[in-house]
Write a protein that binds this ligand. Sequence first.
Ligand code: SF4
Ligand code: SF4
Length: 306
Amino acid sequence: MASGRILRIEKLSSYDGDGLRSVVFLKGCPLRCQWCSTPESHEMDRQFGVRQSQCTRCFTCVDNCPEKAITYDAGRDVFLTDMASCNDCRQCVEECLAGARTAYGYTATADEILQEVAKDSVFYYHSGGGVTISGGEPFLQKEFLQELLEGCLLQGINTAVETCGHVSWDSMEGILPFIDTLFYDLKHMDNATHKQLTGVGNRLVIDNLLKIDRSAHPLDIIVRLPAIPGLNDDDANLQAMGEFCLKLKKLKEIQLLPYHRLGIETYRTLSRPYALEYVAAVEEDALMPKANLLAQMGLRARVGSF
Ligand code: SF4
Ligand code: SF4
């Protein structure tokens, strides 16, 4: 029985696939996109965060930790946790009366997660929904992912996976038969710009997408572009993406995702800087001309959410 590193499960979501869905967010990601709204998913290991605006500096967490794993850095006004010493008792979270201390991540078996998501089977059935595995990057935990998806399919639950595509082909290939819909991010078509924006180039991302498209597995591919003003939403990049996508036989549609700033508070909680402080959020309507540009190329394109 494979165990996975889970960030959280969001139930009855109407995003990330058809109908009502349970979205299982996994920990660990090989990219560091400048706009990422879930920085708490980056590390595979569990982490702790402190909401600075709520913390009363009572030091209960520091004083009561049985392993003395929490220290306070007065110079930076941040609480640090020595994860090598932490025994994961979660006492610090439970005893934080201000509700400022949060734990990001836990370990669970595929069977445990399957039992949890199967509780909503009736909603999936009536809405045409199912289970979406997101992240982080789900393919980094391939044994767990396969077991969870296989379990869903055996119970007749529709499956979707969201990927950044920057994983080994070996991690993906064996899992494709268990996926109904694959959401695949194409963040920039230029290799150097992709590296600048995400920390890695796009060659592996593009190679994997072409291999999936040529594979024998009849899954739907939905290509997604998180459209970030001034970084990757220019017509030249959209045109290049459109031309590439015209070659994909399994492509169902392209989704343009409007930039939002909902993750900023989490960066503060983790005492990390946010790279795009200067970029304003975008309304869905503002992306319609971009979707129309792709539609004029003969592609099915729409504005979605993330
Ligand atoms: S995180 Fe909670 S327990 Fe720790 S000092 Fe802040 S308010 Fe107190
Ligand atoms: S989970 Fe337990 S051991 Fe770890 S930092 Fe919190 S109180 Fe300490």
